[in-house]
Ligand binder design. Structure first.
Ligand SMILES: [Zn+2]
Length: 461
């Protein structure tokens, strides 16, 4: 076999494009195998998925390291070296999935059934699509012998769904040199089509910062038959009602400003007028009221938001309790001054005997939005034009939280993306975390091609 080697090198150096028919078959095999591995929790957690990825990468000659705080919750890192003239790029994806209620699924959750062009199963769009696309990009870079200006790192992380302390946080705090990069690509975006018509690729560049804030009312306790003017439950209700109906001030950042500007260009004239009128003093109030009613995500994207989510008060029907408590889910803009915001909340609540107790910092981290003027963002945009023609690229701020913020807090410019989904699918109950998850088979292939194209463009010499 030795005499074949030089010939192989000559061929691979000339091989500009992978053979996509063969690659698609391989992509389908890995994706199917990964979806079939139940990584939703006990007894095995992410370990079998990591073992699978490790064997595939090592068979290709790509070195792999595994880091774990808990051996059942491992994180895998693979690296293909570049010439070091540019700083690394990190492709990250999580191997864990959220739990399932199997009886609610018409295609069993770990079946990876392929029916009428769709692949079904837990994790098909969260996040085994990104795991598979990242894996394939690594295999292709190695196989095509691509000369790289920067290292390409692949991180398959554990615990994204609720235990980042074992996953991304563990990696950032204990193994930072293994994953340090200039850019990272992760989940948290995607391409959208409605009625089969492609419209936009959303790229996640930032997210809101969650705070759990407690509101505690105090009053005199007594017999329920003799109403008291300082009833703790009544005080709490007044305070909640004022705070929940308050509209905190609106503020745009680079991401959200660009988001609304670009969204307007693909919207109906009526919608476009709203998206373009947000900062117009004459129209802003009416537009925000419309969002509050009809486009709640957009209302939340404009401000730090407050949702009362839990109540705790009373223990007997004839006893006035001396204390009542509410939990508020507050989602702050990335640059919010929380001390000032909480002080403002107290003024708005304007109720005696009510305290607002805020943690000093979020249970997540806060980070500046990733820049939308970097080479990476431009590459994502140009790759989108090539792979998803007919769409436009729009940066976006998530109202929820994701793992890439831990890297953004270390100064990495991270971008969230994902495969093409039919907008109707979420309405039909096929979204991530729902009782059915699915991805179009051909969109798995297109997404893999997108991932490969974007990484090759930013990293190849
Ligand atoms: Zn996810």
């Amino acid at each position: 076999m030795r005499f074949l080697l030089p010939l192989f090198i000559v061929i691979s150096a000339c091989a500009a494009e992978p053979d996509w028919n063969a690659i698609n078959q391989e992509t389908l095999k890995h994706y199917t195998n990964l979806v079939k591995i139940d990584t939703s929790g006990a007894p095995n957690f992410e370990a079998p998925a990591v073992a699978y990825l490790k064997s595939v990468l090592e068979a290709e000659g790509i070195p792999v390291q595994v880091f774990a705080q808990d051996p059942k919750r491992p994180n895998l890192v693979a690296r293909i070296k570049g010439n070091g003239s540019k700083k690394a790029i990190l492709i990250m994806a999580h191997t864990d999935v959220v739990g399932v209620q199997p009886d609610k699924w018409s295609h069993p959750p770990f079946s990876a059934d392929l029916v009428d062009g769709f692949l079904y199963g837990r994790g098909t769009v969260d996040d085994k699509d990104n795991v598979t696309a990242g894996l394939m990009t690594m295999l292709l870079l190695k196989r095509q012998n691509v000369i790289l200006d920067r290292d390409v790192i692949f991180l398959a992380e554990a615990g994204e769904e609720g235990t980042p302390s074992l996953g991304i946080q563990f990696m950032v705090e204990n193994h930072w040199p293994e994953i340090e990069a200039e850019y990272c690509l992760a989940e948290g975006g995607g391409v959208y089509a409605r009625g089969g018509k492609i419209s936009r690729m959303l790229v996640g560049t930032t997210e809101k910062v969650p705070y759990t804030i407690r509101m505690v009312a105090h009053g005199t306790s007594g017999h329920g038959s003799r109403p008291l003017p300082d009833n703790a439950i009544a005080r709490l209700s007044n305070a909640i009602s004022r705070v929940a109906s308050w509209q905190p001030p609106m503020r745009l950042n680079d991401t959200t400003r660009t988001y609304f500007e670009r969204l307007a260009t693909i919207s109906t004239p009526e919608e476009a007028a709203r998206y373009n009128g947000i900062s117009n003093p004459a129209r802003s109030e009416a537009i925000q009221s419309y969002f509050r009613e009809k486009e709640t995500m957009h209302w939340s994207m404009l401000r730090t938001s407050i949702s009362p989510t839990m109540l705790q008060a009373g223990f007997r029907r004839n006893v006035i309790p001396s204390e009542a408590e509410a939990t508020l889910d507050v989602r702050a803009l990335p640059d919010e001054d929380m001390v000032a915001f909480v002080a403002q909340m107290k003024k708005i609540a304007n109720e005696p005997g009510v305290e607002i107790i805020a943690p000093e910092r979020s249970h997540r981290v806060a980070a500046k939005p990733s820049s939308i003027t970097t080479e990476m963002f431009r590459v994502l945009e140009s790759t989108q034009k090539k792979i998803y023609p007919g769409a436009i690229t729009i940066p976006t701020m998530a109202t929820g939280a994701s793992d890439k913020v831990f890297l953004q807090a270390k100064g990495v410019n991270c971008y969230g993306f994902g495969p093409l989904l039919d907008e109707e699918d979420a309405e039909k109950g096929f979204a991530a975390h729902s009782d059915q998850e699915r991805l179009r088979e051909k969109e798995l292939y297109r997404f893999t091609q997108f991932n490969w194209e974007a990484v090759r463009t930013i990293a190849a010499h």
